[in-house]
Structures are given as structure tokens and as C-alpha cells.
Ligand binder design. Structure first.
Ligand SMILES: [Fe+2]
Length: 215
């Protein structure tokens, strides 16, 4: 990433969500702003290392640590933005059956319900991280993935279409740790499917470079 870029925290108007309290959101926005700040701070440090045009041998350990941390902070920033942006007050648990996402899920998984079932199962995995439904822009196929922390498991070149935070801070003020399924249900009821579909690069799978098993 370019260390000369300074990122600004985005603002999200999400009060009044279903099952995710304003208190949780306020805390979560502050946490997100921390990722933006830390991304900028690390980039400034990297810019400082690079001021003389190279990373000197004695600088390498500190430079390496900062660069690794940048992967965590930067992905933490971007995934939170995607997460907040794919929710809205008055969202819906399911997109219209004629919608691009619904069709892409059917073509990729056999049915929307199978897609949703797997996405929710990933969200219920133990550990902190994210459940993300990606689109492969080369084929239009969707696939669901578990992301550990923020930076481990992202698929190079895939587009994060639907992003769900399953770190405990996302729901602990509203639900007990064992009640993560209730949070996932609440998340689904708030999805802004039009925001999700704006991210899709293909309207529907093209069946050109990939085929699903058994079909
Ligand atoms: Fe979070």
C-alpha cells in the first residue's frame, strides 16, 4: 500500500438497527476509528524509514514488524467500512428472488438457503474474525470464507461482497458469547442488499472459466 496516503474515518448513519444497539455501534465506530488512526501512524513510520530511499539493514527488524502490523490495521479499517456499509436501518434478511445477489447465490450454491446456511455456519465458528462472502470477479461465483483477525484468509483478487464482523466486540453488549447465533440473525435482518450488489462486478456467474461440482 502506498505509505503516502492518509485515510480519513468514514461516518455511518446506522442508529436504530434491529438487534444491534446504538451503544454497540458507537463503541464499534470508535474502534474502527482506531484502525484508521493506526493505519496512518504505521504508514507515517514507513515513510520515515523510506525517507532516504531505502530500508537500512539495521532498520529491517523494526520495519518488518511495522509492515506486518500494517496488514492487520489496514484490513481492520477496510473490513469495518464494508461491514458498516452493508447494513442499514430497515434492511432485509433476504434480497428479492429476482435480484443479482439471489441469482448469484443460487448459481454458486444451488440455492440461496444453502448459501445462507454456510455463511451463518462460518460466522458461528469459534475464534475472532469475520465471515465474508466474496465474488470471484473472473467468474461471478460467490464463495464464503473465514478470516482470522483481519488479515488472514482474504482471497487475492476476490471482492468482499457481504462482510460480517464476528469479533465479540460486535455483539457482546447485546448478547452473551454463547448467543452468537442471535447476533448473526440480527445482522441478517439489517442487510442492505443494494450495497452488497453494488460491489458485485458480475451481475451473474458467466460459466466461462469455472463450473460448480456435479453441474
Ligand atoms: Fe469489529
Amino acid at each position: 500500500m502506498n505509505f503516502n496516503i492518509t485515510y480519513k474515518p468514514k461516518q455511518f448513519n446506522l442508529s436504530g438497527l434491529n438487534g444491534i444497539s446504538d451503544k454497540t455501534l458507537e463503541m464499534h465506530f470508535k474502534l474502527y476509528e482506531g484502525y484508521v488512526k493506526n493505519t496512518n501512524t504505521l504508514n507515517e513510520k514507513i515513510a520515515d524509514f523510506m525517507k532516504d530511499g531505502r530500508v537500512d539493514q539495521e532498520e529491517m527488524p523494526a520495519y518488518s514488524e511495522i509492515t506486518r502490523r500494517l496488514g492487520f490495521e489496514y484490513n481492520g479499517m477496510v473490513l469495518h467500512e464494508r461491514y458498516f456499509e452493508n447494513m442499514k436501518k430497515g434492511g432485509e434478511a433476504e434480497p428479492a428472488k429476482t435480484s443479482p445477489f439471489y441469482k448469484a447465490a443460487e448459481q454458486s450454491f444451488g440455492s440461496f438457503d444453502i448459501w445462507r446456511s454456510e455463511f451463518s455456519s462460518i460466522g458461528n465458528m469459534r475464534g475472532v474474525g469475520w465471515a465474508i462472502c466474496y465474488e470471484d470477479p473472473a467468474t461471478g461465483y460467490l464463495s464464503n470464507h473465514w478470516i482470522t483477525l483481519h488479515e488472514i484468509g482474504n482471497v487475492a483478487g476476490f471482492i468482499p461482497a457481504l462482510v460480517m464482523d464476528v469479533w465479540e466486540h460486535a455483539f457482546l453488549l447485546d448478547y452473551k458469547p454463547a448467543d452468537r447465533p442471535k447476533y448473526i440473525e440480527a445482522f441478517f435482518s439489517n442487510i442492505d442488499w443494494s450495497a452488497v450488489e453494488r460491489r458485485l462486478q458480475r451481475i451473474a456467474p458467466q460459466h466461462t472459466t469455472a463450473t460448480t461440482k456435479g453441474r
